[in-house]
Structure formats: structure tokens, C-alpha cells
Design a protein around this ligand. Structure first.
Ligand code: HEM
Length: 182
């Protein structure tokens, strides 16, 4: 897993609960490190163990925590890779083009990185349907990224999952619909 995700998960925990809480989580999760470099590559199991420990500590479902983490990630994703996006794009355009632009570029820049292969299909002007089947089963992160992008662009979205690997389906279908502003 790309160091950006673990580095940002540390930041997410430190901002919400402080450095002591982060150190405690790395011990409970037995990661063997408390410092994750953006340029590094780390075992997927580290994020899974840290998320499980954080969810237990906060008494929150893992999915709720992961969704908040996805939203938290967006400003950093845009700061690091924003130059790959067309400035005219809004939430649904970014989601629909992520696979052919950013995730593709991430793989080319860093052969050890493995962002999920996202299928995305526009279903009319206000809906995009994402097909997600990463073995990491981080669909709540995808939901959070969609919501975080909408916050960034000042749009309102409704995100639903007609199918979900966490509910036993073979793949996730994540439907993002933009809503008219009030
Ligand atoms: C500005 C746009 C985006 C950038 C720069 C970006 C970049 C990245 C990077 C660097 C990773 C880490 C890959 C690795 O661990 O090796 C990643 C993972 C991920 N991305 Fe994106 N991404 C973007 C948009 C999106 C969108 C729109 C979605 C879905 C709505 C998405 C879903 C995910 C998920 C769920 C992961 C976690 C890894 C997995 O599920 O296998 N990303 N992304």
C-alpha cells in the first residue's frame, strides 16, 4: 500500500485524538513502526490493523471511520496530484476519469503502488456508477473520497451502494448523484 494512505491515516488520527493516541494504536496494531513516509510502500495489513484498533478505541464501526478518512484524504490527494485533473472538472467528472488519469498516473510513477481499478459509468448528467472490487475492501474510503470531492467543489451529493463486498456481494456498486443546491 502506498505510503500516502498510511501517512495520512496517521495525520487523521493525530488531528482527531493526538499523538499519544496514535502511538498507542501502532502498539495495539503491532505495526512495528509509527512513522510512515509518503514515498514508502507498506503492507496492506498495517492499515487494516490500525483501522481495527482505532475503531475499537473510538467505539465506532470501521466503515464509519474509513468513510471519514476518505473525506480527510481529498485535500491531500488534490494537492499532490491535482495537476493531473482538468480545472473544469467537478465531482462526477473527477470520479468518472480517476481510473484513466490519476490512478493510472500513480501506477506509472510508482510501480509498487496499486490503486484500485475503478470502473465508472455516467448514467445521465447527475449520476456516476462506480464499480469497485479491490481485495482491500475499502469501499467506505471510496464513498468518503466522493463526499470529500463534493465538499471541495461546493456540491451536494447522495452516495448509495446498491451492492457491497462488505455485505457479501462479489463487487461494490457505488452510486454518486449530485443534488441541486438549496
Ligand atoms: C484526485 C483523485 C485521486 C487520487 C490522486 C487518488 C490516488 C490514490 C492513491 C495514491 C492511492 C493509494 C494506492 C496504493 O495503496 O498503492 C489510492 C487508493 C484508493 N483510491 Fe484513489 N485517488 C483519487 C480518486 C479516487 C476516487 C474518485 C475514488 C473512488 C471514488 C478512489 C478510490 C480509492 C480507494 C478506495 C483506494 C484504496 C486502495 C484500494 O481500495 O485498493 N480514488 N488512490
Amino acid at each position: 500500500m502506498h505510503g500516502l494512505l498510511l501517512n495520512q491515516f496517521r495525520q487523521f488520527v493525530v488531528e482527531a485524538a493526538g499523538r499519544e493516541a496514535w502511538l498507542e494504536l501502532t502498539q495495539v496494531a503491532n505495526t512495528g513502526t509509527d512513522a510512515y513516509q509518503i514515498s514508502g510502500t507498506y503492507p496492506d495489513a498495517d492499515l487494516a490493523a490500525l483501522v481495527a484498533a482505532a475503531a475499537r478505541r473510538q467505539g465506532q464501526p470501521e466503515a464509519v471511520l474509513l468513510e471519514a478518512f476518505g473525506r480527510f484524504l481529498v485535500p491531500t490527494l488534490l494537492r499532490v496530484y491535482g495537476s493531473l485533473l482538468d480545472p473544469a472538472w467537478r465531482t462526477l467528472d473527477v470520479i468518472a476519469r480517476t481510473e484513466e488519469t490519476v490512478h493510472r498516473a500513480v501506477r506509472l510513477r510508482d510501480p509498487t503502488a496499486s490503486p484500485p481499478v475503478l470502473g465508472a459509468r455516467r448514467e445521465g448528467a447527475d449520476v456516476v456508477l462506480i464499480d469497485y472490487a479491490s481485495p482491500r475492501r475499502l469501499c467506505p474510503v471510496a464513498e468518503g473520497i466522493a463526499r470529500g470531492l463534493a465538499e471541495h467543489f461546493g456540491e451536494r451529493v447522495e452516495v448509495t451502494q446498491p451492492a457491497c463486498m462488505l455485505r457479501g456481494d462479489p463487487r461494490c456498486a457505488i452510486r454518486v448523484r449530485t443534488l441541486l443546491s438549496a
